[in-house]
Design a protein around this ligand. Structure first.
Ligand code: MLT
Length: 404
């Protein structure tokens, strides 16, 4: 008789955004006349930039021609894309990263879930609380998190680093020593970030204790302040302790196109074992490369026209962020984030729990957001709104919220 991976049975409930989707569908079915505005999941709404669409069309045509047709992509990514990434995302910022340290994938969600596979099961992970659920859930599936306490909503073998208004959403070094530290900066869900100097102290700490940092930089394009690092490799010593995950979803609208990459520096070693070689081995075995058409689209992100068009797209979403933040403040809410990230994190009014506020907002304003507690126990009493809606919907949502 076959046996299942029992770790999956330990996962409480369903994936956060599936739960929200089901709740909204049920409300919508019961109230078909209501026009719901969705500011929940961080999914983009603006069309792919013209320079990228042109590149995709060109690549589609190549696929229809025997001379230029491509089959399997190189499993680590096409050279043209890896070089564009190195030049624009690293060398331009003074980071010494080379093309053979870049692993192109179908997105940062898969990479952030898969990366834990190359680490031993008895590693102790540390996560910010609240946190993007994929980091914890993927470690649960791997059997690395111990037992779940439904009352505290915590796993016995996970180190939680609370990020709340009391500490300005800046994680503190945990009392217990972690082996793997997940950092997402600028942060999802709080929309806040830390300075480059603060990030440097995390790099120094990781090198000192022999931990690895899994650094999720999916929201890097939204950084507006000078003293914030765009890559962890801007910090001295990061190449011996950090893996960086990048996405094309938020900076270029690829949530439906799917493209991302992971940087595993060659200097990152566990004794004599190279993590770069391990990830290459894993990638080679389990992944057949992102589609050629999509990688050409990714290359166009770094073209002059692509960069100019995407700068405008990021500005569009950040204008939404400002609209949400200022509108909420006017309505008397306490709000955070939205300066270096496309998320606004607000305190729920009165003594409402995050889910109570979710229902209240859905039923009374027909606006969907994300309950803070869905990201971890320290998210209780907070709520997230995304700036990725259209401007018109964002303004309309705020008008409705102000009337409550
Ligand atoms: C979010 O809403 O947190 C993100 O869209 C989820 C994701 O990027 O996978």
């Amino acid at each position: 008789m076959f046996k299942v991976n029992e770790n999956y049975q330990k996962l409480p409930g369903s994936y956060l955004f599936s739960t929200i989707g089901k709740k909204v569908s049920a409300y919508s079915a019961a109230n078909p006349d209501k026009k719901i505005i969705r500011l929940g999941i961080g999914d983009v709404t603006q069309p792919i930039a013209p320079a990228i669409i042109d590149a995709m069309h060109g690549a589609v045509d190549e696929m229809g021609c025997a001379e230029t047709f491509r089959g399997y992509a190189p499993d680590l990514g096409y050279e043209f894309l890896r070089s564009a990434i190195v030049k624009n995302d690293y060398q331009a910022r003074g980071c010494d990263i080379s093309a053979d340290e870049i692993f192109v994938s179908d997105g940062a969600k898969s990479d952030s879930g898969n990366i834990q596979e190359i680490f031993a099961q008895n590693n102790k992970i540390a996560v910010c609380d609240p946190v993007y659920p994929v980091y914890v859930d993927s470690n649960v599936m791997a059997g690395r998190t111990g037992t779940y306490d439904a009352k505290t909503e915590m796993w016995s073998d996970v180190i939680y680093m609370p990020c709340t208004m009391e500490n300005d959403f800046v994680p503190e070094f945990p009392k217990e020593t972690p082996d793997i530290i997940y950092l997402c900066l600028p942060n999802n869900p709080t929309g806040t970030t830390i300075t480059k100097a603060q990030l440097q102290s995390w790099v120094d700490y990781a090198n000192k204790i022999g931990a690895v940092i899994i650094y999720d930089a999916a929201y890097e394009a939204y950084i507006s302040e000078e003293n914030v690092a765009h890559s962890i490799y801007e910090c001295e010593g990061a190449k011996t302790c950090a893996i960086e995950l990048k996405s094309f979803s938020k900076n270029a609208g690829f949530t439906g196109v799917r493209l991302g990459y992971t940087v595993v520096p060659k200097e990152l070693k566990c004794g004599e074992v190279s993590l770069n070689a391990m990830w290459a081995r894993r990638h080679g075995t389990k992944f057949n490369g992102a589609p050629y058409i999509v990688q050409r689209a990714g290359e166009a992100v770094y073209s002059e026209a692509g960069k100019a068009q995407l700068k405008e797209q990021v500005a569009y979403y950040m204008n939404n962020a400002k609209t949400i933040k200022e509108g909420l403040k006017e309505a008397g809410y306490t709000v955070f984030g939205g300066v270096n990230a496309p998320y606004i994190w607000l305190k729920t009014p009165g003594q409402m729990t995050s889910w109570e506020f979710f229902d209240y907002l859905l039923e009374n304003a027909n606006v969907v957001g994300t309950p803070g507690s869905g990201f971890g126990p320290s998210g209780e009493g907070y709520f997230r709104l995304t700036a990725f809606g259209s401007y018109e919907n964002t303004v309309a949502a705020l008008e409705r919220i102000k009337k409550l």
